[in-house]
Design a protein around this ligand. Structure first.
Ligand code: GDP
Length: 304
């Protein structure tokens, strides 16, 4: 069983099966086949450039390998998708960068509603299951209910949380959390941040201040700044990434709500266009609906 099974149903139905149908009717390498393929790829949100690249390379490859059977052509498509993803991210790691010693600090950024708090809740559970001592910092002091929501996750996961009243200075929350993480030997500190984008300068200042507070206590931290993106927002997610990349040093992506979209190809587009590794994907609302991202498994999951 593929570990993305549940979350990829919609993409598989629209993209994988459409491709399978296309391939089932494959008789010879003619232009209409490649046109259809390009359209199918664009429809899955792999991005225009990516769709063109794949189609062009596939055209050559199919000739080169003298592929005649649909199955052969499908194998070439699958391999192309995997290669493309892996090439775009050469040298980047799909796993979370961990501190050599002391607490690993991970900052989560992203606009409201993308699933930031939920992702932290899921990740806290995941790392706790792995035997880590996890601390959460409720530094989204701006969105009404965010602190309470994170607090609920902390209770459910059985992990500790540092929080202050709404509208407190986020950096003050982070300060307390980092101090606590160091003093009490936590393995991981996950920091939730506010996702208001109305004022880019404010956001930039706030994130910079939080980072300063963290770095003062732990020079190598934050070890990761993960941007959380909602896969159902398609190209919007790409724009958000651009904006946050201009605002702070983003090190990786968590792509949520893949279960809610037929355009799972967005994973490939994001990697290609943003040069950031997708580290985790969200496949539902429940605590265990989060998976580390693996390009091989993911692409194979589209076509099973
Ligand atoms: P935040 O504002 O970024 O902190 O977003 P929340 O964590 O509050 O999530 C917003 C909504 O998205 C909630 O209803 C979550 O249950 C839902 N959500 C988060 N991740 C996923 C996912 O992977 N799949 C689905 N279907 N829903 C998700």
């Amino acid at each position: 069983e593929n570990r993305y099974d549940k979350g990829l149903t919609k993409t598989r139905l629209s993209f994988g099966e459409r491709l399978n149908r296309l391939l089932a009717n494959f008789r010879s390498v003619d232009e209409s086949f490649f046109d259809d393929l390009e359209e199918t790829l664009i429809g899955a949100d792999v991005g225009y450039e990516t769709a063109m690249t794949i189609t062009d390379e596939l055209r050559d490859e199919v000739k080169l390998q003298n592929a005649k059977k649909p199955r052969d052509v499908q194998n070439v498509v699958v391999q192309k998708l995997i290669d493309l993803y892996n090439q775009a991210g050469q040298g980047e790691s799909n796993t979370l960068a961990m501190a050599d010693q002391g607490p690993t600090v991970v900052l989560f950024v992203g606009v409201n509603g993308v699933g930031k708090t939920t992702t932290i809740g899921k990740m806290a559970n995941m790392f706790k299951q792995q035997g880590k001592k996890v601390l959460l910092a409720a530094a989204d002091t701006f969105r009404a209910g965010a602190i309470e929501q994170l607090n609920e996750w902390a209770k459910r996961d059985g992990v500790d949380i540092v929080k202050k009243p709404e509208k407190s200075d986020p950096s003050a929350v982070v300060f307390d959390a980092v101090k606590k993480a160091k003093a009490e030997n936590y393995d991981i500190l996950f920091v939730d941040t506010a996702g208001r984008l109305q004022n880019k300068a404010n956001l930039m200042n706030e994130l910079a201040k939080m980072k300063r507070v963290i770095t003062r206590e732990i020079p190598a931290a934050p070890h990761e700044v993960l941007i959380v993106l909602d896969a159902t927002t398609g190209q919007n997610a790409l724009n958000q990434t651009k904006l946050f990349k201009e605002t702070t040093d983003v090190s990786g992506i968590v792509l949520t709500k893949l279960d809610g979209t037929a355009r799972g190809g967005i994973v490939l587009a994001i990697r290609n266009e943003m040069h950031l590794p997708v580290k985790y994907v969200g496949l539902g609302e429940k605590v265990d609906d989060l998976r580390p991202f693996d390009s091989d498994d993911f692409v194979h999951g589209l076509f099973k």
